[in-house]
Design a protein around this ligand. Sequence first.
Ligand code: FES
Length: 111
Amino acid sequence: MSQPASNDICALHDIPDGGGLEAAPSVLVLRRGGEAWAYRNVCPHFSIPLNYEPDAFWTYEGGLLMCAHHSAMFRFEDGVCVDGPCLGASLRRIPIRIDHGRVMIEDESIT
Ligand code: FES
């Protein structure tokens, strides 16, 4: 039996539709339907994780992620803060692709 590739971080369906999952240490993956985006789980406001509890990410309408600390709001698709104390700042993007229902990080050195 073959082992999963080291850049294979989760199945797309492991991520709640319209929500987020910390799929690898400090790697947050957001999903809307068949699309997904990955970012470092670090808020640009205070450089701390965006969540208080494991995998408890607060999202709205499948399009915005809210930091649990001071309520900065980030767009799923580009990680830009559109409201809150770090308006205009961005989450750090991690390039991914979806391959046969699996979320794969493009650069294995990131994991
Ligand atoms: S630490 Fe995220 S909004 Fe302040």
